[in-house]
Design a protein around this ligand. Structure first.
Ligand code: ADE
Ligand code: ZN
Length: 342
């Protein structure tokens, strides 16, 4: 078996995936036309997904969100997203949803949930793929709204709504500002993760851990600017959900083969990393490709990538008995796959 096939088949968890960033350009164009939304000028549909910074990306991301309006739309994009995860070897997914960006079009939170949860049930029935949902706070709306958002999430409990995230642009919206929202999330028994250190400083990673009490960190790349923080994260083994292709679009580390790429520095420092696809359709990738790129372009070994796949089990918000069972199953499967590449 060739290495690429083995990496694609390798069992994986996907814990950093935005539903809306997984919408194909063609699905986006179709939904936008259906709802009478005007699209930016473009020659080909694929050109809709062109950007060179996080801020530019978030403008188009918000347009994609506006195109998803009905329960049926949410069900469709959720199933399409999860089916592609299954094609990449994902066995368990925790999916981010951006409710704030749908409110702009007057979509009600229960409508979103009904569609997404049905799409998840479809993926469970048709692809045996288990998934849970993480509504994400849009940090650009500020700390007061973040508290209201958490209260809204808590007021609509569901066994598959398991935590909250914090995303959009860190610049001007430091993590420390969201302490009250994260305290409320913890009080409601919700798990906590947060984007930090993607375009913002290492201090955001520190605040996410020390002040927001996050159980894992999304991206986290700028941790490498603070050796003391790296040392304490190595010690605690908090997980970082790194997204190789995203770094080419949103960060200062645009070359995966560069010796000083943040993900390489993080791996070499002994941080606990797992690999994710973030916005796979919008960055023209998928989860399998993220592993393949780390091998081909960053030169990470198959053993390192296997360890990162297993790290996904530790970082997942599932019970300990399930973690133990998954680790035994996946380890055996990975050993067989890697032996077949020799
Ligand atoms: N929302 C979707 N993708 C994101 C990213 N890479 N950073 C911040 N917010 C996001
Ligand atoms: Zn993200």
């Amino acid at each position: 078996m060739d290495v690429e096939t083995a990496l694609r088949k390798m069992p994986k968890a996907e814990l950093h995936l935005h539903l809306e960033g997984a919408v194909d350009a063609s699905t986006f164009a179709e939904l936008a036309a259906h709802h009478g939304l005007e699209l930016p000028p473009h020659d080909q549909v694929a050109d809709l997904y062109s950007y060179d910074s996080l801020a530019d990306f978030l403008v188009i991301y918000s347009l994609v969100c506006r195109s998803i309006q009905t329960e049926a739309d949410f069900r469709r994009v959720t199933y399409e997203c999860l089916a592609r995860c299954a094609d990449s070897g994902a066995r368990y997914v925790e999916l981010f949803l951006s409710p704030e960006s749908h409110f702009e079009m007057g979509v009600e939170y229960p409508t979103m949930l009904a569609g997404v949860l049905t799409g998840m049930a479809d993926a469970q029935a048709e692809r045996s793929l288990e998934s849970n949902l993480i509504p994400a706070i849009n940090r650009e709306l500020g700390p007061a709204r973040a508290v209201e958002f958490v209260e809204m999430v808590a007021a609509h409990p569901h066994p598959q709504i398991i935590g909250v995230g914090l995303d959009f642009n860190e610049i001007g919206f430091p993590s420390a500002d969201y302490v009250d929202a994260y305290r409320a999330a913890a009080a409601h028994g919700l798990h906590r993760t947060s984007h930090a250190g993607e375009v913002g400083p290492a201090d955001n990673v520190r605040a996410a851990i020390d002040l927001l009490d996050c159980e894992r960190i999304d991206h986290g790349y700028h941790v490498v600017d603070d050796p003391d923080l790296v040392a304490s994260c190595v010690e605690s083994q908090i997980a970082f959900t790194v997204c190789p292709t995203t770094t080419e679009y949103t960060t200062v580390w645009r070359d995966l083969s560069a010796p000083d790429h943040a993900i390489r520095q993080m791996s070499e420092a002994g941080l606990k990393l797992m690999v994710n696809s973030d916005d796979p359709a919008m960055f023209v990738s998928d989860l399998g490709n993220e592993y393949v790129r780390l091998h081909r372009e960053m030169g990470l070994s198959l053993d390192t990538l296997a360890e990162m796949a297993l790290n996904g089990i530790d970082a997942a918000w599932i019970d300990d008995a399930t973690k133990t069972a998954l680790r035994a199953d996946w380890s055996a499967e990975i050993d067989t796959l890697l032996a077949a590449t020799a």
